[in-house]
Design a binder for this molecule. Sequence first.
Ligand code: AHR
Length: 658
Amino acid sequence: MTTRIFSFVTILSLGISISIPAQTNRFLVVKADQPKADIQPAMWGVFFEDINFAADGGIYAELVKNRSFEFKSPLTGWKEIKQGDAKGRLLIINRENEKPANPRVLNIKADAMKGDFGISNEGFRGMGIKKDNQYNFSILACSIEGNVKLKVELISASGQKIGEASLENFTSDWGKYSVSFKASATDPKASLNVLFAGKGEIEVDMVSLFPNDTWKNRPNGLRPDIVQLLADMKPGFIRFPGGCIVEGFDLDNRYQWKNTIGNIEDRKTIINRWNTEFKHRLTPDYYQSFGLGFYEYFQLAEDLGAEPLPILNCGMACQFNSAEVVPVDKLDPFIQDALDLIEFANGGVESKWGSLRAKMGHPAPFNMKLLGVGNEQWGEQYIERYKVMSKVLKEKHPEITLISDPGPSPDGEMFEYLWGELRKLNADIVDEHYYQNPSWFLNNVKRYDNYDRKGPKIFAGEYAVQTVATTSSDNKNNWQSALSEAAYMTGLERNADIVHMASYAPLFAHSEGWQWTPDLIWFDNLHVYGTPNYYVQKLFSTNKGTQVLPLLYQDKPVTGQDSLYASAVFDKNTREIILKIINTSNKTQTGIVIIETAKKLSSKGKVLILKSNKLDGMNSFDDPKQVSPVEELINVKGKEVSISLTPYSFTVIKVALL
Ligand code: AHR
C-alpha cells in the first residue's frame, strides 16, 4: 500500500517539514453498527495540582500575597513605606495559643499626620489590574490606641496611582472592614499600598484585594478567564489537589483537607512543597493559603459538570523526598479524614460535616463518587496502608469507587509488583502515570489492547510528552508533543472498556512562577492561553461519544500503519459517528472512510482540524491560537467520506445518522 514509509520518530526529531506527494487508495472502515464498549461519561478530565502557582497567584483570584503574614518570613511580599514626615513601626505579633491556625497579626504604630506610613504588597509577580474593573479591598483590624485611618492605593508599575479608597472608624474589637473602588488603568504589575494616616496603634490581618469580576461573581472566587478554558473542555472529572502536594515533602507538609474549609482566616497557611523542590526553579515565596480549598474544589467541579475526584494522603509522605510513613496501626486519623470527607461531600445537613458544607453555602450534597487513596506511592509500605484504608472505606462506603496507584513509572519491577498486589486486592481503578518522550507515546498506543479485561480499570491519571526529559525546564508544549499525545489517546479511546478515565498533567502554569513544564494551560497576571496539548485534550473531551466503534485499516485497528493513528466512537445523544485520525507523517495522506451501517447518513459532515506545519509550533501570549482547531464541512457520498490528512495533523470527522 505504501511506497515510502518514514519513521515518525526520525522525522519528528528532525523537526522539519518536507513535502512528499499524497498517497491514495487507503480505505478505513468504521463498523458503525457494531459498538464495542461504552465510554464512561467521565472519560476525559483534568488534573489540578497547586504547582506552578496554579492556586495562589493563579486560578484563585486573590491579588495579595501573604495576606495573613504567615509565610516563614512574615513580611514576605510586603515592604514598609515611609514618606515625608511620617513615622511609624511594624511589629509581628504571634497569638499562637489563641489562634493556632492563623497566629500572626501585624501591629502598626503610626505617627503620620503628614506623609505616608504603611506597607506595600507586590502581589504574585505583580498584580494584574484591569481598567474600569471594580476591586474589593478587605482587612481584619482592631484599633489599639488613637485614631488611625487607612488609605488604600493601587500603584502601577510606573508609579502612578490607578485606584484608591479609604477606611476609618476602626473599633477596639476585631472586625472586617471592606471598601470597593475602580481602577483607572490596566497594569499587569501593579502593587497595593496600605497606608496608615493619623496617630495611633492598630493591628491588622487578612489584608485582601479581589477583583469583583470572579467566576460566577463569587466572593473569594476564581479568575474567570482561566476557569473559562476549563469549562470549554467540558471535563468529565476534576482531580484535586494533586499530585505530590497530597503527600507533602514530609507528613507535616501533607495536604489536610480539613484545614482548607470553613472561614478563610481559619485555614492554616503552609509552605507549598514545590517551593524549593527544584534547585533550578526555586520559588521561595510559594505557599498555600487554602483560600481555594476543598469546598471551592467541589463547587468548581459542580460548575464544570465534572465528577469531583479528591485524592487523600494514605499515611505516606512523598517517597522522592522524606518518605516518612505513619505506622500501619496508627492510620486511624487518615481513615477518619477519608470517612469525614465522604460525609462532607455527600452527607445530610444533619450530619457533622454535611452541616458544615451547608453552612458554607451548599446544603445539597456534592455527590462524590470517586476517591483516591495515595498519590504515586510505592513499595510494600503502600500496599499495607492501602489495604487497611480501602478495607474500612469499602465496608462503610461501597458506593465510592477507590483509585489506587502503581507508583510513578509506567513499567518495571515496582510497577509490576504493585499491579500484582492491587489486582489481588480487587482494586477498582489503578492510576497510571507516564511522563515520557514522544516516541514512547507512539510506541505505546497498543498498551491497553492486551490488558486483563477482568482486572481493575485504568485511570491514565497523569501524562504528558516530555520533549527533553522529565522535570527538565527545557520541555516545551510544542506541536510534536501534542500530536504524539493525540496519537496515544486514540489507544485510550479504543480501550475505553477498561480505560475509564484520563487526564493530562500538570494543568496550569504561571509564566513567571512555574516549577514544572510542560503544562496544559499557561497564564500571566492578565492573560491565559491553551497550548496545542490543550486543544488535543479539548477535541477528545468535547467529542467523546458514548460507545467505541471498531475502526479498521486492512482489518486491523489503526495503530501507526503509514504513521496513522485513529479511533472512532458513536454518540447516542447527537447520533453522530466521530472519527479521530492523526497523521504523524510529513506527507498528505488521502483515503476513503467507509462507514458500514444499515442507517442513512447525512450528506454533509463536519471536520475539525488541528495542525501546525512546524513540529516545534507553539501557542503563546502573543499568538494564543496559532495551533487551534479549524472547522470545515465535508461531503459524505452514500457511506463514503474522502479524506485528505495534511502532514502532522489531528483531524476529527463527524457524520450524523439521519
Ligand atoms: O504533575 C507533576 C507531578 O508529577 C505530580 O505532582 C506527581 O504526581 C508526578 O510525579
